[in-house]
Design a protein around this ligand. Structure first.
Ligand SMILES: Nc1ncnc2c1ncn2[C@@H]1O[C@H](COP(=O)(O)OP(=O)(O)OP(=O)(O)O)[C@@H](O)[C@H]1O
Ligand SMILES: [Mg+2]
Length: 240
């Protein structure tokens, strides 16, 4: 049975989709069977990050509404992928999404749910189906505060196993006290750290090329360390 992990943040643009793609690829490279489900209804992006936009015909909303089979909705790329619906429907309830996501878990080691920004309807749909959560913050007060709010909401939904990832980390501004340091991010959210991803210009190229940011780019190395930690391996936070 797969571990179903929702990737959330509160604030938009913190790097949830990039993280889902990067860690999804890294888990697959460790030999794990991974399904990523884009839960950002109306604003999907995982298809772009994997360069498979032209292959999207059906989405997981079509599965809930019985308009296609799983095989028809499934997009095969470096990992398996289900695209997000273009629009909300009354049939997309937290119960329906949870039932669908759990029904897929027997064929995978990990299911990654790429949640939309915010803590309202789309987030609730994604989080309802999850066993665990990873919340992505950037090292600034606005994002960290929204993450703390997301952790509260996850707890309210019964998800106790939630971990923090600090994305777009940069040493110089932290040393100059212009960004929060690691301890400040942990203290403000009160949540255990899963990993740190440095700011890396290569991440931005992925949505244009549909390719990995490069095996040895700083972000790919960070995603790899985080993937190993997700599997339970003891890996240092910042170097191998
Ligand atoms: N580690 C990083 N270094 C540099 N840029 C990054 C990093 N992670 C993400 N980005 C960039 O930040 C932007 C937002 O990333 P992404 O789309 O993954 O965030 P998101 O949290 O999924 O956004 P949304 O809330 O809109 O779904 C993108 O331009 C992406 O390339
Ligand atoms: Mg996103």
């Amino acid at each position: 049975m797969a571990e179903i992990i929702v990737i959330a943040s509160g604030k938009g643009g913190s790097g949830k989709s990039s993280f889902t793609a990067g860690v999804g690829r890294a888990l697959a490279n460790l030999g794990k069977k991974v399904l990523a489900i884009d839960c950002d209804i109306g604003l999907r992006s995982l298809d772009l990050l994997f360069g498979v936009t032209e292959n999207v015909v059906f989405d997981w909303g079509d599965l809930i509404c019985d308009r296609c089979t799983f095989e028809q909705a499934l997009i095969k790329t470096e990992i398996d992928l289900l695209a997000a619906p273009r629009n909300f429907s009354d049939e997309f309830t937290p119960e329906a999404s949870a039932e669908l996501f759990k029904s897929l878990s027997k064929d995978y080691d990990y299911i990654l749910l790429d949640s939309p920004a915010g803590i309202d309807r789309g987030f609730q749909l994604a989080a309802s189906g999850a066993d665990k959560a990873v919340v992505i913050t950037t090292p600034d007060n606005i994002c960290v505060r929204s993450c703390a709010r997301a952790f509260d909401e996850l707890r309210r939904l019964g998800i106790e196993d939630a971990r923090l990832v600090i994305n777009m980390f940069e040493v110089k501004p932290v040393c100059k006290k212009k960004l929060l340091n690691i301890d400040q991010c942990i203290d403000e959210t009160g949540v255990q750290l899963l990993g740190i991803v440095p700011r890396d210009i290569n991440v931005g190229f992925s949505s244009v090329t549909g390719e990995t940011p490069g095996e040895f780019s700083p972000s790919s190395l960070a995603y790899k360390r985080i993937a190993k930690r997700i599997t339970g391996a003891r890996v240092p936070l910042v170097c191998e």
